[in-house]
Ligand binder design. Structure first.
Ligand SMILES: Nc1ncnc2c1ncn2[C@@H]1O[C@H](COP(=O)(O)OP(=O)(O)OP(=O)(O)O)[C@@H](O)[C@H]1O
Length: 118
C-alpha cells in the first residue's frame, strides 16, 4: 500500500511540474473545462468530452516526458531528436483536432438549438 501511495505521489509531482512548465497543458485544461461546462449547461452526455479531453491531456503529458528525455539524450542538435520531438508533438496535434471534431459534433447542434439558431 505504501508503494502505491508513493507512486501516486510521484505521478502528482509529474502533473504539478507539467502544469507549471507547459503552457499548452494549461490551455488544453482550460478548453476541457469550458467544453465540460458547456456539456453540463446544454444537458448533453459529458462522456465524449471527458474521453477526448483525457486523451489530449494525457498525450500532452507523454509529449512533455518525451521532450525531457530527448533533451537528456541529445542536448545538441540531432536529426533523430527532431524526429522524436516533432512526432510526439504531432500526436497531441492529432488528438486535439479530433477532440475539436468531437466537440463540434456533440455540442454545436444543441448549442445552436439553445440559442434559437437552428
Ligand atoms: N536536440 C534537438 N535536435 C534537433 N532538433 C531539436 C532538438 N531540440 C528541439 N528540436 C526541434 O526544435 C523545435 C523546437 O523544439 P522545442 O523543444 O524547443 O520546442 P517545442 O517542441 O515546441 O516544445 P515546447 O512545447 O516545450 O515549447 C522542434 O521542431 C524540435 O523538434
Amino acid at each position: 500500500m505504501k508503494g502505491v501511495l508513493a507512486s501516486f505521489g510521484f505521478a502528482l509531482e509529474g502533473l504539478r511540474y507539467a502544469w507549471r512548465e507547459q503552457r499548452n497543458l494549461r490551455v488544453q485544461g482550460l478548453f476541457a473545462l469550458l467544453a465540460l461546462g458547456l456539456a453540463f449547461w446544454l444537458r448533453v452526455d459529458p462522456v465524449p468530452i471527458l474521453l477526448a479531453s483525457g486523451l489530449v491531456l494525457s498525450l500532452e503529458l507523454v509529449n512533455t516526458a518525451l521532450e525531457a528525455l530527448t533533451d537528456l539524450a541529445a542536448p545538441t542538435y540531432h536529426p533523430l531528436a527532431k524526429r522524436a520531438k516533432d512526432t510526439a508533438a504531432a500526436s497531441v496535434l492529432l488528438a486535439s483536432l479530433f477532440a475539436l471534431l468531437v466537440g463540434l459534433f456533440h455540442l454545436l447542434p444543441p448549442l445552436l438549438g439553445r440559442l434559437g439558431l437552428s
